[in-house]
Ligand binder design. Structure first.
Ligand SMILES: [Zn+2]
Length: 444
């Protein structure tokens, strides 16, 4: 699995289809289709158009962009797609109202329609949009003179569009996400090279970004955490093209395929779905594709399972996704009930995260199955240190910590040692942050 970081260096207008004379809105994230298009453009800038390239280079292009490589949506850590099944306070008269959410798809919830637990007011369902939590999304509205095909100003025509600011709260805006490559094959080294990319509007002064990627082991989803009362919640975080056996658009996932991926019997228990019509872009011919009917991001399927799937089964489903055109950035899913991102829970340092936050994040993300165990061990080190004793580092030599040595060329292991023996405040902070992460647990 390839973990992608995209740092925005310029303002970016990630246009969405305008409605009438309304301003052209921007996406609040980098859709997988945009990431794929930007990388394909970068490949073409490097090697020339694939149609004219030699067969080996053309194959390389097709393998990367028209094959089984899947480009996922990139999100700001303080934002998420709010699913259609999630109720939030409608009018939010109090600041605390922002914190209220209830996922109706969660089988652990009561069936009763809830009220906001702060103001007691009415709730409304999520719209499947990317929203920011507790922070401003830093969208700007710009008015431009409309340009003709040769980028000359057309007389008297103004248009307004929204764009993402490159900085958010004084810090470069960073989006993260994943690229999934075919199982059992090494990751194409081309995908792991850092490179400048241009996203969104094609002006020379907009959309500049820095792409960086790392090949990491995919975190193992935890069946005990994700499956409740025999149900698994599948949330779409990008639109999906679902079709029935005859190839016609449908709003239900193929339960036969889901059973195959998960390795257990699957029936659809309940769905929260909306549909939209979406076009596309053929990177090879550089021509638009006709619009097709898709199920929107934020749609939710609650699956009833015959038995509990394995972590591998859940991973297979996550990597596979749902529906057609999955190589184009569609059909990405997350599992489990929706949880609101809580930016305030994680301390931020401007510019770059410090050692404590970095270690907490990495232990949580790369050692997800064992993150609670590492938390326990670090907590023991902290207790000993507070008593003025030496930290107990034997856990780093234990069988359970074996895979740590193979991760990130051993850097994380070295950092853990340095953390346990170094500045006590750093150790305190890392333990607190890892605790917060283990508690809130992201579902994918
Ligand atoms: Zn409220």
């Amino acid at each position: 699995m390839v973990e992608v970081t995209l740092r925005l260096d310029q303002i970016a207008a990630l246009g969405r289809r305008p409605r009438g004379t309304a301003p052209v809105d921007t996406h609040r994230h980098i859709p997988g289709s945009v990431l794929r298009g930007a990388l394909a453009a970068s490949w073409i800038a490097q090697y020339g158009p694939p149609q004219q390239a030699d067969p080996a280079a053309r194959d390389h292009f097709l393998r990367l962009f028209e094959g089984q490589v899947r480009y996922g949506p990139l999100l700001d850590a303080d934002s998420d797609v709010v699913p259609l099944s999630v109720l939030r306070c409608k009018y939010r008269p109090k600041k605390e109202c922002e914190q209220f959410s209830c996922d109706q798809a969660d089988p652990g919830r009561s069936a009763r329609q809830p009220e906001c637990d702060t103001c007691g007011g009415r709730t409304q369902s999520g719209r499947g949009e990317v929203e920011f939590f507790g922070v401003d999304d830093h969208i700007v509205q710009e008015t431009h003179v409309r340009l003709d095909e040769r980028e000359r100003a057309e007389e008297g025509l103004l248009f307004t569009r929204r764009a993402l600011r490159p900085r958010r709260d004084g810090v470069r805006r960073v989006f993260t996400g994943r690229i999934v490559t075919p199982p059992g094959e090494p990751v194409d080294p081309w995908l792991l090279q850092a490179r400048p990319l241009r996203v969104g509007g094609r002006r020379s002064t907009a959309g500049g970004a820095l792409y960086d990627a790392e090949d990491l082991p995919a975190p193992a989803p935890d069946p005990a955490f994700l499956v409740t009362k025999g149900c698994l919640i599948v949330r779409l975080i990008s639109p999906a093209f679902l079709v029935d056996a005859a190839g016609r658009p449908t709003s239900r996932p193929d339960t036969g395929l889901l059973s195959e991926l998960l390795g257990v019997d699957v029936t659809l228990d309940r769905a929260w779905v909306r549909r939209e019509s979406i076009g596309g872009w053929n990177t090879l011919t550089n021509l638009p594709k006709p619009a097709e009917l898709a199920v929107t991001a934020g749609s939710v399927f609650r699956l009833a399972l015959g038995s509990t799937p394995t972590a591998e089964g859940l991973r297979r489903l996550l990597d596979h996704g749902l529906g057609l055109r999955r190589a184009e950035g569609f059909g990405w899913i997350a599992l489990g009930p929706w949880r609101m991102p809580r930016p305030a829970a994680v301390q931020r340092t401007p510019q770059k995260e410090d050692m404590a936050s970095g270690i907490a994040r990495q232990v949580h993300d790369y050692l997800s199955e064992d993150s609670a165990w590492y938390l326990d061990k670090l907590h023991t080190c902290l207790t000993l240190r507070r008593r003025g004793q030496q930290p107990d580092l034997t856990f780093l030599e234990s069988k359970r910590a074996e895979k740590l040595a193979g991760l990130r060329q051993g850097i994380l292991e070295r950092d853990l040692r340095a953390l346990a023996t170094g500045d006590l405040r750093m150790l305190e902070k890392a333990v607190a942050e890892l605790q917060a992460r283990v508690r809130k647990e992201r579902s994918w």
